[in-house]
Design a protein around this ligand. Structure first.
Ligand SMILES: Cc1ccc(OCc2nc(C(=O)N[C@H]3CCS(=O)(=O)C3)cs2)cc1
Length: 337
């Protein structure tokens, strides 16, 4: 009798201390479960005398009912409280401003390529594209680059097989363009190019924009006028110069320099104290190239040029590490537009 009453008091006390559904469920099992305290007592009753058993049994049932009702009532109360707490935690304040996803932006290479393209489009140039996987004919032979030329070596060119390469410049686009079209025309072809080069100032993939103007009586004067106009639009009115050079696909060839954008010609680290920055290569299209696409070199002539986009983007934005373009670091990419 004392044990049963003591258990009833113990449960009543515990119930006042319990604040979570989990604790309450544990208590229910501890008292009323298969191995529960009250369950053990009920089992132990078979040892009582036959006159005591009905009395104690009634008491035990009363206490079991009391404990069950108390626990169930407390369970309803606690579940209600936990539900209210969950509801309040999950309240969404619809008056808060949206989190938003931030604005998207163009990669500095893309933005520079678009900027340069637009300048030529304003000058009446067509924009062409072509496959990045090219035949060695379109990438080398048609451009008067002989089999023995070093640019065809493995340390410069990615070969898929001995007739297929990742294009090393966008010149093959111009070859394809001439195979499809007749003179006169003026076009530019920006795009990705690949070289088996990887160091502080070279990445295996980079971007180039080449251009080509072919027609009757195209002269070096046209080359100088168009490219000077272009450079002035990119860097503002600056002095330019053309230095004699050699390319297999142009004759005569030149390298085009613009006066250093930092020191305006005085000499600094960027221009290696020369006062000049090399911007692109150019020249009059070699007649051999025109012949390779069945153009009549006696009737038409043309000039071509090529520039690296990363280099222009670095000059425009004051970027001094080429690899920053490809690290995908938003802290870098966020700075440009
Ligand atoms: C049919 C055809 C005929 C001629 C052509 O001449 C394209 C040219 N490119 C250059 C040149 O200097 N290019 C480099 C600049 C930096 S770079 O990105 O490493 C490549 C000069 S003339 C192209 C196509």
């Amino acid at each position: 009798r004392e044990i049963i009453n003591a258990l009833k008091d113990e449960v009543a006390t515990n119930l006042t201390l319990i604040i979570s559904v989990k604790e309450l469920e544990d208590l229910k099992i501890e008292i009323l479960g298969k191995k529960g305290k009250l369950t053990d007592i009920m089992k132990g009753m078979r040892n009582l005398s036959k006159e005591e058993r009905p009395v104690i049994g009634q008491l035990a049932n009363e206490v079991r009912d009391f404990i069950t009702n108390e626990i169930d009532a407390k369970m309803i109360e606690l579940k209600g409280i936990e539900k209210l707490k969950r509801m309040s935690d999950e309240i969404i304040d619809i008056t808060l401003p949206g989190r938003g996803t931030g604005t998207g932006r163009l990669h500095p290479i893309t933005e520079t390529m678009d900027f340069l393209k637009d300048i030529f489009i304003e000058m009446g140039f067509d924009v062409a594209a072509g496959p990045e996987l090219e035949t060695t004919f379109n990438n080398f032979d048609a451009l008067n680059i002989p089999e023995t030329h070093s640019s065809r070596d493995l340390q410069d060119t990615f070969y898929i097989d001995n007739k297929t390469v990742l294009r090393t410049h966008t010149s093959p686009v111009q070859i394809r363009y001439m195979q499809d079209k007749t003179a006169p025309f003026r076009m530019v072809c920006p795009g990705k190019v690949y070289r088996s080069d990887y160091d502080v100032s070279h990445t295996p993939m980079f971007h180039q924009m080449e251009g080509l103007m072919v027609g009757e009586n195209i002269s070096f004067a046209n080359l100088k006028a168009i490219l000077t106009e272009f450079v002035n639009k990119v860097f503002g009115e600056t002095n330019v110069r053309f230095r004699p050079h050699f390319f297999p696909f142009t004759e005569p060839s030149a390298e085009m320099d613009v006066e250093c954008v930092i020191c305006k010609g005085k000499g600094c680290r960027l221009c290696k104290n020369t006062g000049w920055l090399e911007i692109m290569g150019c020249g009059m299209v070699d007649p051999e190239v025109l012949k390779s696409v069945d153009y009549d070199a006696d009737k038409v002539s043309g000039f071509a040029f090529g520039m690296g986009i990363e280099r222009i983007a670095m000059l425009r934005h004051g970027i001094d590490d080429l690899r920053a373009f490809y690290d995908n670091d938003m802290r870098f990419l966020k700075q440009f537009n």
